[in-house]
Design a protein around this ligand. Structure first.
Ligand code: SF4
Ligand code: SF4
Length: 436
């Protein structure tokens, strides 16, 4: 233990895991335990063997790798133990000790750290997509009409995206090429809220229509929206994979960019990015001043559903369906929205009041099984966990599955295609319009 005792990852892991009383409540909520029934893959199992894991005994890579960071164990834990921080800390320690695998190093330190380079790499992928045969089936909102093929052959880190997955097409025009930086409120005079939009990589490169819908609905709701083109990756993927240094550099860059907008509030439409801004970035600060700036920014950050609901005049509900007449919907709550940001009431309120009886709620609010890199490296289990979600969606029988996280959106689109479930998957902002 002595060689690691001064390590900040170790300190954080030990502090959190020391709270564990071994009650086992977390086992019943863990989607991975439901599949494999192995104690060592649960929060209690990791906490019991934390010292051995820190020392590198046992199959630490598997035990630390097989976690969705979904936060379900924290939700039920009587001590509120942040298993996601323990797992990220352990992964960080492994990176410090063994270095970052080459593919991840290219992905985080070269591509995701450089939007222009990432854009060029994805354009290359998009060209490759066009050479592949088209497939029928589930489209992603209005984004893939006609449906595009899956990506099967991509280099390095992206190769894990193949294996027959159904993926949305890389956008022909990225969001920053479609949207100006300044987007004034429509039809509103007087003092308006100035909101900075942090879109995230998936919305920038793959789902730009989500970004356009977010800006449309916020400007309809009377807000001036600034969309700074200099923003970059939120860094959560790097953080979750133990590359804390890269995550911190990304957070610092975005902090400067977002502060420079002089916005009253920050809005996110990606639940994962929202979690990064609100929960992870302040933990990456190196100085007290930096921590104060991150905490201030976190306090100003909201999910788009929170801003839409707050914009409604009290007693007058202002949201309307943006979908074809008679369309039915259901809602998937992303773990990063409900568990990590505690935003559950707002999207449900908007959808229940906007769609009434056309809103077919899912019987269970389970995890979709995506989990970021979990989906890349444990695709079989990711699909098995998602099977429950797919069954729920089939049972709901809605025309549209509405969600608020590009990762969930891509996973559910894949699940629906794999299981032959008809329907489309869209972001909440695409489903509604706002009329004051
Ligand atoms: S975060 Fe999710 S997958 Fe990981 S141990 Fe907790 S419940 Fe299981
Ligand atoms: S629920 Fe919390 S306290 Fe109980 S065993 Fe799991 S991590 Fe430990």
């Amino acid at each position: 233990m002595s060689q690691f005792s001064e390590n900040s990852f170790v300190q954080e892991c030990l502090r959190e895991s020391a709270q564990c009383i071994g009650c086992g409540t977390c086992l019943t909520s863990c989607p991975v335990y439901a599949q494999e029934a192995r104690e060592e893959l649960t929060a209690r199992g990791r906490n019991r063997h934390i010292l051995a894991l820190l020392e590198g005994y046992g199959d630490a890579a598997e035990v630390v790798g097989k976690c969705l960071l979904c936060g379900r164990c924290t939700m039920v834990c009587p001590r509120g133990i942040r298993n996601d921080l323990i797992v990220a800390g352990l992964r960080g320690l492994m990176v410090q000790r063994d270095g970052l695998p080459f593919a991840k190093s290219v992905a985080f330190r070269r591509l995701l750290s450089d939007r222009k380079l990432m854009g060029r790499a994805l354009r290359f992928a998009a060209a490759a997509q066009r050479l592949m045969p088209s497939e029928d089936g589930v489209g992603i909102g209005n984004l893939c009409d006609p449906p595009r093929p899956t990506v099967r052959h991509l280099p390095l880190f992206f190769s894990a995206l193949g294996r027959g997955r159904r993926l949305p097409a890389v956008a022909s025009d990225f969001l920053s090429e479609r949207l100006p930086e300044e987007n004034p409120a429509s039809g509103v005079t007087g003092k308006k809220l100035r909101v900075a939009y942090f879109a995230g990589c998936a919305t920038e490169f793959v789902l730009p229509r989500t970004g356009e819908a977010v800006v449309r609905v916020l400007t309809e709701a009377g807000m001036d929206v600034v969309f700074p083109h200099a923003q970059g990756c939120c860094g959560l993927a790097a953080h979750a994979n133990g590359d804390v240094e890269t995550a911190a550099a990304m957070a610092r860059h975005n902090l400067d960019v977002l502060e420079h907008t002089n916005a009253d509030l920050i809005v996110t439409s990606c639940a994962t990015c929202g979690t990064a801004l609100r929960d992870i970035w302040p933990r990456l600060a190196l100085t007290d001043d930096e921590r104060r700036r991150f905490v201030t920014l976190a306090g100003k950050t909201h999910d788009v559903s929170e801003l839409i609901l707050s914009a409604a005049t009290p007693g007058v509900f202002s949201c309307y369906s943006n979908l074809p007449r008679g369309a039915t919907i259901t809602w998937h709550e992303p773990c990063h929205l409900g568990r990590h940001q505690h935003v559950s009431r707002e999207p449900l309120t908007i959808l229940r009041r906007t769609f009434g009886s056309a809103f077919h709620e899912l019987r269970e609010a389970g995890c979709c099984g995506f989990g970021g890199s979990f989906n890349l490296y444990h695709y079989g289990m990711s699909q098995k966990i998602g099977l429950h979600k797919a069954d729920n969606i089939r049972e709901a029988g809605a025309d549209y599955v509405v969600t608020s996280c590009p990762g969930c959106l891509i996973q559910i689109m894949d699940l629906m295609a794999q299981h032959g479930i008809p329907g489309r998957v869209i972001h909440l902002a695409e489903a509604i319009s706002f009329r004051a």
